[in-house]
Design a protein around this ligand. Sequence first.
Ligand code: HEC
Length: 186
Amino acid sequence: MPPPLSALRSGDDPASSFKSRGYRQLRWLNLPKWRLCGTMVPPRDTALAATAVALRGGELFRRVGCGVCHVESITTAPAGTVIDGGMFAVPDALGDKIIHPFGDFLLHDIGTGDGIVQVGPQDTANKLRTAPLWGLRTKPRFMHDLLSLSLESIARHEGEAREPARRFRELSPEERQALITFLNTL
Ligand code: HEC
């Protein structure tokens, strides 16, 4: 029997546990492999993305304001840019690339915070990094605490995301379904 989730010490890095404790650990966590040990993201479901309902859902995603944090496209820094206080120079393979993370990688307080101060000032305690939505359709659980089993996790958005979440709730059932179909293409 795998150990219960509560047996993970805080600070345990699932990726290194994966290395030291073997593949079973990964299956026990029930997370897609790429999420723990790689940067590869599954490609979009282009067939579903081309359907009228998914295209409509994408429009609604942008109109409602989800894209303010779940930013669709980002261009990486030019190759050669020195970051991390001079510790890292962006290599050719990573420089000037257009990526579609559906996330801004920034900290926001959307009301789901756990009170843990991030590397930064005290007010980061209830902020979390926007979860990138790429690969979303492969995930069985959502949000940093993995407590959401369905995309009803959208209903947990409050705080800085209150207005987009309210506009999402005010959509018709068909529109909400279209937006979720769009999310299922990611
Ligand atoms: C103010 C920024 C912000 C806005 C606006 C926002 N989100 Fe989020 N979203 C977040 C953050 C931060 C998280 C991570 C929260 C956590 O882990 O507790 C998140 C998590 C999610 C997740 C879970 C992803 C995962 O892998 O666990 C989904 C799905 C999601 N958002 C969809 C939406 C949708 C749909 C909208 C529009 C109705 C929206 N979000 C608007 C910041 C935002």
